[in-house]
Ligand binder design. Structure first.
Ligand code: ADP
Length: 470
């Protein structure tokens, strides 16, 4: 089902529901009003006729001339009809438009009306009647004139034909109007929906035409409604981030290939030279030593690359432990015992600094900082590993008295493959992956890494991580 179909179906269903409820309510109220108007007319006619009856103690008399009674004076069959029935169902008077059937019904109803002063409503065929009986409290026939009675029954009636046809017209109107309105909405609704959803359809076409490697295209939402404009903004933001990540991945892959090619070329060159003629065992040994050195370097680069690639998707810290950073640093420095500059390396630790992290990843990160300190400073210059705390953070720093780093290079230090021109020229070994790995590890273990340096006065790398709560 397309979105246009779905939206127009929901819209038409909602419209149908609203129309049904509205029409039903309208029909019920209008029908009720018509009926009460009809009954009102009958009741007021009955009231006028009752006023022309004089009720005394001994008798009841019909006095239409003494009271103003215009009702029923026309021949109009649609008008209210009335009849006054006296004792023994004798017709006392009736309206001019009364028909024999009406008079027959009136006598029948008079015979059924026995309760004094009660008025009741009865429907026979297409006629609605209202009756009222008026009685003398103590009837005395002895002294009575011919136009005086024990009781009279007043019957008022009116045909419901007009009421029925009006109700029928109302019903037809209430059904037909909403149905035609709904059909009209169904005819134009789909087109309107398509028009309203046009910006979304255009966006989906643009997205479909985007290729996986081409991030140049963006969604345009100038004329789109606010919600779609904000969706387009969010989508474009996602594309920006993807483009940035894609480009840095591409750069990373290019740099990685380049860095791997150099030692591989050297390795192949040395093998070719060694194979050109037969050599003495000592010559083969020294060539193999060289090849071994190159291979170890290659393996280190590959391991760093693998770590950087894997670290992207690492969410959990392996072997997380609760330990004291000062104690850990003391044990850690033992790894450097075989290093020629071990004597330059010292530890300053200040009280208990509890942390909760992975000692393996921490050691790997600090390895890169310490080896840089030793690599970029002159033999004999001290490299100090310091453990401290600031506020709620544990602070590990590595300070050296090397050449320092100019301010404009500081923002690039943690980018993969970044090496300063000075480091390249000095011939110091490395490919620019150590600090990138250290920074990735810091992020993985919830630490922050930064560097403060002053050219000519050395550098300090800081690793801050939250203190462990007991
Ligand atoms: P590598 O040391 O293999 O070049 P790193 O990622 O460890 O790669 O370091 C990146 C660059 O940062 C180095 O090339 C160097 O220019 C600079 N650098 C890192 N540590 C120091 C330091 N302690 N003193 C001076 N420069 C440093």
């Amino acid at each position: 089902m397309t979105l246009v179909d779905r939206v127009s179906t929901i819209f038409l269903a909602a419209l149908a529901l609203v129309l049904i409820v509205y029409s039903a309510l309208f029909w019920a109220i209008a029908r009720h009003d018509l009926n009460s108007q009809f009954d009102q007319e009958l009741s007021s006619a009955l009231g006028s006729i009752v006023a022309a009856v004089e009720v005394e103690d001994e008798d009841v008399s019909w006095q239409p001339t003494e009271h103003t009674l215009n009702l029923g004076s026309s021949d109009d069959v649609e008008q209210v009809r009335w009849a006054v029935i006296g004792d023994d169902f004798r017709l006392v008077d009736s309206s001019r438009n009364s028909s024999p059937t009406f008079l027959e019904h009136a006598k029948l109803l008079a015979s059924r009306t026995s309760t004094k002063d009660s008025s009741e409503q009865i429907t026979i065929d297409d006629w609605r009647y209202i009756t009222q009986r008026l009685e003398a409290p103590a009837p005395d026939r002895e002294l009575r004139d011919f136009d005086e009675y024990d009781a009279v029954v007043i019957v008022v009636g009116k045909s419901t034909a007009v009421l029925s046809s009006t109700t029928l017209r109302l019903t037809a109107l209430v059904c037909l109007l909403p149905i035609s309105g709904w059909l009209l909405a169904a005819a134009v609704g789909r087109r309107l929906c398509r028009r309203a959803l046009q910006p979304l359809l255009e966006m989906s076409q643009t997205v479909r035409s985007m290729s996986a490697a081409n991030f140049a295209e963006r969604l345009t939402a100038n004329s789109a409604p606010t919600e779609l404009a904000s969706f387009a903004d969010a989508f474009n933001g996602l594309l920006d981030r993807l483009q940035h990540s894609y480009e840095s991945q591409r750069r990373f892959t290019g740099d990685a290939a380049h860095e791997l090619r150099t030692p591989l070329t050297v390795l192949l060159g040395q093998i070719e030279v060694a194979l050109r003629k037969s050599r003495s065992p000592d010559e083969y040994r020294s060539t193999l030593d060289l090849l071994h050195h190159q291979a170890v370097e290659l393996r280190e680069i590959l391991e760093s690359l693998l770590f950087l690639a894997r670290a992207e998707s690492t969410d959990e810290i392996p072997d997380r432990q609760h330990f004291d950073l000062g104690d850990w640093a003391q044990r850690y420095l033992e790894h450097w015992n075989e290093h020629p500059r071990r004597a330059d390396l010292s530890l300053q630790s200040n009280g208990a600094v509890p942390v909760n992290t992975s000692p393996t990843l921490l050691a790997r990160s600090v390895d890169n900082l310490v080896s840089n300190g030793l690599k970029y400073s002159a033999p004999g210059a001290p490299v100090i590993l310091k453990i401290d705390r600031t506020g709620n953070d544990a602070l590990l720093s590595v300070h050296d008295q090397g050449p320092g780093i100019p301010g404009d290079e500081l923002p690039h230090l943690f980018e993969p493959f970044y090496r300063s021109a000075r480091a390249r020229q000095s011939g110091a070994p490395g490919v620019g992956l150590g600090l990138a790995v250290a920074s990735r590890i810091a992020t993985a273990i919830g630490a922050r890494i930064n560097c403060e340096s002053e050219p000519g006065r050395g550098s300090t790398f800081f690793l801050r991580m939250p203190l462990a709560t007991p």
